[in-house]
Design a protein around this ligand. Structure first.
Ligand code: 164
Ligand code: MG
Length: 308
């Protein structure tokens, strides 16, 4: 039996995130602590309803239902309606079992999330190349401004990238099929690792068509933001990349089972959680991300140093 402590948080981003989903200014979440009297383990509930997770309010009410005490049976029977709670409580239990749980260093470098739009150009132009390390990876959001404008900025971005850089483009499902085809054309022969979620989840045949063109790999993100949808895509034989937002996908135990069964090409990605949630995600990335792709946790500029 564990005691359960809940600690809500709510803080503004140092740099609000503008994506096709809109403008995201604050991260609100819930830190949770399990204790068995000798050991303790922390976890984090960092919901992302835009990606289909439960709301923070629903998660908080669910956790209050335990009335401060729960056991392993409670943790492993949390329903799929609460994926962020499944992640947080299983992670806290694993952290308790690893007590004193020293900080884990990431096994791969971080991919740096650039500001959206033209601000990315200014960020690169005003930063010395060596600031980013020897072979940097950058992520840039698209499908926010008009496509022609973004493709003009894209051409300039390619010029401004430091040598040996790699780039990821993320449309958050905001492109038409024609626009996605045009973006593939613009990426051909360029140092682009993948085009992330060019079409919305319901346009799954378009996503398969785009990937099978073989111009640039397609990465699924919103399409696989819960374990049920992840399993559907894996059973379909998806050969592209899978972005894993560990903090909202659901039970780490079941995620491990799926990854061990299908061996997908995964890239772990942040949901702008705090250090506690990030540590739990990095433990899973160390176990399950086989390819040495940069980790999608280069969001610390946007979050702000005090939260790292
Ligand atoms: O994946 C990364 O490299 C950084 C995290 C990131 O891009 C995102 C985090 C949370 C919400 C999204 O707007 C966005 C994404 O779509 O991947
Ligand atoms: Mg994404």
């Amino acid at each position: 039996m564990y005691s359960l402590t809940l600690q809500p948080y709510d803080y503004p981003f140092r740099r609000p995130l503008r994506t096709h989903h809109g403008l995201w200014k604050r991260r609100q979440g819930l830190l949770i602590k399990l204790s068995d009297g000798q050991r303790e383990g922390w976890g984090e509930i960092a919901p992302l309803p835009d990606f289909g997770s439960e709301s923070l309010e629903a998660a908080h009410e669910f956790c209050q239902g335990f009335q401060g005490h729960l056991d392993d049976g409670d943790i492993f029977s949390i329903g799929d309606r609460y994926p962020a709670c499944q992640f947080a409580l299983e992670s806290a239990r694993e952290a308790l079992l690893r007590y004193p749980n020293p900080p884990l260093q990431p096994n791969f470098p971080y991919c740096q999330l650039l500001p959206t739009g033209e601000a990315a150009l200014k960020r690169l132009q005003t930063t010395p190349n060596d600031h980013w390390g020897p072979s940097p990876c950058f992520k840039w959001k698209i499908a926010v401004e008009g496509m022609q404008q973004e493709q003009d900025w894209f051409q300039q971005l390619l010029q401004d990238l430091p040598p040996h850089s790699r780039l990821r483009l993320d449309a958050n499902g905001g492109l038409s099929q024609e626009e996605a085809q045009a973006w593939l054309g613009a990426c051909e022969g360029q140092p682009v690792d993948y085009l992330e979620q060019p079409r919305p989840p319901e346009a799954w045949q378009d996503l398969e068509t785009l990937h099978h063109q073989g111009v640039v790999p397609i990465a699924l993100d919103e399409s696989v933001a819960n374990l049920r949808d992840l399993e559907t895509w894996l059973q379909r034989g998806w050969s592209g990349i899978i972005v894993i937002k560990a903090a909202i996908i659901g039970s780490p135990r079941r995620l491990r089972q799926l990854c061990q069964q299908f061996q997908p090409d995964v890239v772990f990605s942040s949901v702008f959680e705090t250090r506690i949630g990030r540590q739990a995600a990095l433990h899973l990335a160390q176990e399950l991300q086989r390819k040495p792709r940069a980790l999608g946790f280069g969001v610390l500029e946007a979050i702000g140093e005090e939260r790292q």
